[in-house]
Structure formats: C-alpha cells, structure tokens
Design a protein around this ligand. Structure first.
Ligand SMILES: Nc1ncnc2c1ncn2[C@@H]1O[C@H](COP(=O)(O)OP(=O)(O)O)[C@@H](O)[C@H]1O
Ligand SMILES: [Mg+2]
Length: 273
C-alpha cells in the first residue's frame, strides 16, 4: 500500500467530508460488535447514529474518538487517517463519552484547565476560553466548587465544555440527553446547532428518537453492528415504505420489531376503549 493518500483526502472522498468510516470492524474475542461499517459524514451536518441497545453505537463512537482500536477498517477525520496520523486526527475531535470520568476533587475551573493543558493549551487565551464555556453553560457561579457537589446535568455540561476546549472541528457525543433536565437538554440542542452553524460537525448517538428527528440532518440506523437504514428523515421514511411515519415507527420496522409495533398498536386500541 502506498502512503500517498494517508495525509490528504482519501480517494473518492468528497471535499466537504469530515468523517469517513470504511469497513470498520470491531471484534471482542469471537463476538463481532461492529461488522463492517461504511459511513460518510459531511462537514456542517448533525449526523445521528441510532440503534437498539447492543447495536454497536458506543463501540463505534469509541473507535471514532480514538480510544478503541478497530479490528480492521479505516477511519478518516478531516482527511487524516486516525491510525496513521492519530495526533492530527484526534486534535480535530471533541469526545463526550456516555460514562464520563470526572475528577471529583477538582473544581469545574480546575478540570477545564487540566483538560486544556492536555491539549497543550495554557495561559490567558486558554483561561478565557474556559471562562466563556463556563459562562455559556451557566456554570460560572459554580466554577470553583468541587465537581463532587455538581448535579448530573452540571457534570454533563462540564463534560461537554471540556470536549470543546481545544476547538475541535468534529464533536462525537454518546447518548448526550440521558439524565438532562428539559432546560439542559434544550441548551445542548441549541449548542449543537450553534456549533454546526459555525462550521462544526456533530456525530451523535441517541436512543431518544425525538431528539434525532428534531436535531439530525441525516440519520444512520444500525443493528447488530451494520447499517440497516441511512438518510434524511424523508429518505428513511421512503426506505421504510412508511409515508408520514414518525421515526419511532421506522425504527421499530427496520429493526425487525414489527411484533413490538403490533403490541403497541393493540395496547393503544385497548386504552382507547
Ligand atoms: N469490552 C467488551 N467486551 C465484550 N463485548 C462487548 C464489550 N463492549 C461491548 N460489547 C458488546 O458489543 C455489543 C455492542 O455494544 P455497544 O457498542 O455498547 O452497543 P450500544 O452502544 O449500541 O448499546 C454488545 O453486544 C455488547 O455487549
Ligand atoms: Mg451505548
């Protein structure tokens, strides 16, 4: 294999491609959690990654974030191959994990300073950026309190702030709405929209179908580690041959849960009476 394309755009890639997955596989022993994913995410879009529990969403997101190595396949971030040029690729990514690890004995401000330092960003500019993020997430009044005293929503917001601290081009978010109160959920949606409005790109997994429907430009539905449906809401509706259907129905249909849909229908009938 030549190295010609390793640092530029891969062959066949659109100029505005921010993230590309090519035949990405992840095996845990004999079990295949991700079974050959091909995806292309454009710069400036919010791309939703949906699927039932165990479908392989978190495994995929962790590979994209560079914290888990694929068994095979290729991941390209803004033209940089994640395996060959990990530093260049990773510096473009902000990762918000589903099960965060925060240092309870640091204050919010200290935590941001710490993460900023990991990216080699220190000094006044870094401080200003941290302050802006704390302000934006309404954490400024608590920035000197220990993280152990933070509510779940506050922790989530601090975590997202830390993912944005090095000014990434792509943010990768795993189940971001879990445990957020409506106000924080709304704030997060606005923030993601603002981020793409400024040219950023979002790759997010969620099981909150309404969130995906309201927020995402395109959606991939995965099941057992492969993509089973992909496109805009309209395209998904067409693919599922479900004109006018809500994503929930499409989701149930393409994930082979017709039986469940039937149960729901009969429940509705029973309740109607
Ligand atoms: N470290 C691991 N070792 C073995 N199996 C794993 C590991 N992590 C995840 N899995 C399995 O891989 C599958 C996909 O998991 P995951 O990516 O967490 O799915 P999702 O986020 O879509 O719920 C599941 O069957 C899960 O049990
Ligand atoms: Mg998960």
């Amino acid at each position: 294999m030549t190295d010609v394309h390793a640092h530029g755009s891969p062959p066949g890639a659109a100029a505005d491609e921010m993230l590309r997955l090519e035949g990405v596989v992840k095996r845990y022993g004999r079990f295949t959690a991700v079974a050959g994913l091909d995806l292309s995410v454009r710069q400036g879009e919010i791309f939703g990654f949906l699927g039932p529990n165990g479908a392989g969403k978190t495994t995929t997101i962790r590979m994209v974030a560079g914290v888990l190595q694929p068994s095979s396949g290729r991941i390209v971030v803004g033209g940089d191959d994640l395996l060959r040029h990990p530093d260049a690729a990773k510096s473009k990514i902000g990762y918000v994990p589903d099960r965060p690890y925060l240092y309870d004995k640091l204050s919010g401000a200290e935590f941001l300073r710490f993460v900023s330092g990991l990216w080699g960003k220190t000094g006044q500019e870094a401080e200003r950026r941290a302050d802006r993020l704390l302000e934006l997430f309404q954490l400024a009044d608590w920035k000197d309190e220990l993280i152990e005293s933070y509510s779940h929503g506050m922790r989530q917001k601090l975590l997202i702030s830390s993912a944005l601290i090095h000014q990434p081009e792509l943010i990768v978010v795993d189940e971001p709405m879990v445990g957020l109160d409506p106000r924080s959920a709304r704030l997060l949606k606005e923030l993601l929209r603002a981020f793409v409005g400024q040219g950023g790109t979002v790759f997010l997994s969620t099981h909150t179908l309404e969130v995906a429907e309201a927020l995402c430009d395109r959606i991939a539905i995965i099941s057992e580690g492969t993509v089973i449906a992909l496109g805009t809401m309209e395209e998904l509706r067409a693919q599922a041959d479900a004109g006018g259907a809500h994503l929930e129905e499409i989701f149930l249909r393409v994930t082979g849960s017709d039986a469940m849909a039937d149960v729901i229908d009969s429940l509705k009938e029973a309740v109607d009476r």
